[in-house]
Write a protein that binds this ligand. Sequence first.
Ligand SMILES: Cc1cc2nc3c(=O)[nH]c(=O)nc-3n(C[C@H](O)[C@H](O)[C@H](O)COP(=O)(O)OP(=O)(O)OC[C@H]3O[C@@H](n4cnc5c(N)ncnc54)[C@H](O)[C@@H]3O)c2cc1C
Length: 388
Amino acid sequence: MDELHESTPDVPYPNMWMVPQWRTCELLAARHAELGGTIDFGVAVTGLDERQDGVRVTLSNGEVVTAPYVVGADGGRSTVRQALDIGFAGENYETQTMLIADVRLTGLSRDAWHIWPGPDGRGQRLGLCPLPGTDVWQLTAPLAGSVAEAVADAAEVTEVGWTSRFRANMRMAERYRVGRVFLAGDAAHVHSPAGGQGLNTGIQDAYNLGWKLAAGDDALLDTYEAERLPVAAAVLGISSRLHARRTEDAEEAMRRDDPVLRQLSLHYRGGPLSAEHRREPGSVRAGDRAPDAPCHDAAGVPVRVFDLLRGPHWTLLAFDVPAPALGDAIRTFSIVRPGAAAPGVIVDTDGHAHRAYDVSAPCYVLVRPDNYLGCVTGNPADLNTYLR
Ligand SMILES: Cc1cc2nc3c(=O)[nH]c(=O)nc-3n(C[C@H](O)[C@H](O)[C@H](O)COP(=O)(O)OP(=O)(O)OC[C@H]3O[C@@H](n4cnc5c(N)ncnc54)[C@H](O)[C@@H]3O)c2cc1C
């Protein structure tokens, strides 16, 4: 499908990971609990009513909750989207259903993703993918009736866990925001699983929206749709093309080596929050994802740019200039070449940071809480204007 990529100073995590969905849910739930959140399982939103100062949400247990904002992250059939009467344009592929299940089995080695072709050696009759870090396999079978029928003579299934029947839909919401209510994840866009883009896109929706909700600024909240809707449209195009290659049984239909699929080149250039002021910017510009780089602090302790960015704060990286104070909410770091080391600076010992950010002249790089470059400039006055 794709080669394993070596990590580089600017891209420490270059490879896709196959993580079982229950494990992703477990990790997110644990982090949510750590931050003081609770999840009420088995309770559904049944209706919404927006008021001037908040949204009244009716729950299936009869409770009514009022919240300043609501995010409908309730999946492809989203009750929230339907309550807002937001169109979900696209197509259903009624005939293309697939059985998916988590199973335990014996008789297959776990060092490969096993795929059996369909009749005449074409398409796929059965896929069994070992889910790393577990003893579970993900079963996918486009034509099957039951797990037992799907597996037949391929392996001996000892336990069937979660199962679902999936139908390929390719649709996206016409709006991501109505007043104080937002859509995120599959509620906003559903596509073919080909290429593994869905969850990744949904998580980045949430990551884009989270800090904007925390700021609570109305104009800032409008930029959520402006930035994320075009991304979903592009993802829909990519996953639909991959899906079609597979259903048409095209040559190399399972190749997944297009770097776009790793979502590391995704950017918001030209968007409402991207301010590039340099007359001759390098290859990394306002709107791009902030790259990583290994550096040292003034005491010689190794520190990565990702360490500086981690957390919900804004970060100013001042390359080869002193970092101006921009208020408590913004962490500022001056990144200098080794010869210019001074107290409090970050030393770009091997030049990785200058290379990764492609800076040749002194400049200020203001990084958003979601780690995209907001404003890049040689003039510190631009930073205050941008922040205002
Ligand atoms: C076969 C298959 C393979 C896939 N492989 C990949 C992959 O490799 N990589 C990838 O990135 N993506 C993949 N995806 C896509 C990914 O699974 C989805 O994009 C992702 O699960 C969407 O997450 P979500 O939280 O937005 O929605 P969901 O996972 O659908 O979660 C929605 C949640 O909302 C709850 N809910 C629904 N209605 C209500 C209501 N009224 N009130 C309260 N709660 C409600 C549901 O119970 C559910 O818990 C795959 C999908 C399929 C089907």
